[in-house]
Design a binder for this molecule. Structure first.
Ligand code: NDP
Ligand code: ZN
Length: 184
């Protein structure tokens, strides 16, 4: 097994940075539950044992959603992890529609590790939308999110077939639960 020390340090850092954030579900779950879920998805469904990739998973939303900088991640956890987190970070100064389009475009040219992290992130968010959705989201908004996530993941396939299959299952189940039409 990989040395767990670095992963636990990354988790403690992410927990501190996200300490005042909550998810958008009805019970406003602690935000850190999501990065934990994404790393767990990689390790369990994806059989990933790659230390820097699991560290990047627990850190993946720190730069986008907190005051954390890529430089800080690099100093604490190394260039490899920092580069992966950067690949997962949207530029929040851009308009939502532009960000959405760029995610689809960037996914296809991302590194193989970032592609796996991106799929795990989308699996977790889709499972959340089915089980503990953001409060106030209409069925149409949920459907739009699922359709968009499917387009992002189209560019990430082929690196880790187990994650590809888990994504397909999550999407199918979410659409069934929402009584949305499936494509196949
Ligand atoms: P948001 O980016 O506002 O919300 C989705 C993100 O919220 C997820 O990617 C996830 O990001 C985070 N999140 C936090 N809690 C949850 C949870 N419980 N379940 C799932 N995700 C959670 O939404 P989008 O901009 O992606 O909008 C979705 C779609 O809806 C788009 O296609 C957009 O065009 C459309 N839309 C519709 C509106 C309407 O009123 N009908 C208004 C705005 C957009 P992370 O992994 O980073 O935590
Ligand atoms: Zn995320």
């Amino acid at each position: 097994m990989m040395n767990p020390s670095r992963l636990l340090e990354a988790l403690a850092f992410a927990a501190t940075r996200h300490r005042n954030q909550r998810r958008k579900d009805a019970s406003a779950s602690p935000y850190i539950n999501h990065p934990i879920a994404v790393a767990t998805m990689l390790a369990t469904a994806g059989h990933v044992q790659d230390g820097p990739l699991l560290m990047a998973a627990v850190l993946h939303d720190t730069v986008e959603d907190t005051r954390t900088t890529p430089r800080e991640i690099k100093a604490k956890f190394g260039a490899e992890v920092a580069s992966l987190v950067r690949e997962l970070t949207d530029n929040k100064k851009l308009a939502r529609e532009v960000r959405k389009r760029l995610q689809i475009e960037h996914a296809a040219v991302a590194s193989p590790r970032a592609k796996q992290l991106k799929i795990a992130d989308k699996i977790c968010n889709i499972e959340d939308i089915a089980a503990t959705p953001p409060t106030g989201w209409s069925k149409a908004r949920k459907r739009e999110y699922l359709d968009w996530a499917e387009q992002v993941v189209a560019g990430c396939r082929g690196v880790n077939p187990r994650l590809d299959a888990r994504f397909d299952q999550a999407l199918r189940r979410a659409r069934k639960k929402l009584r949305l039409k499936t494509r196949d």
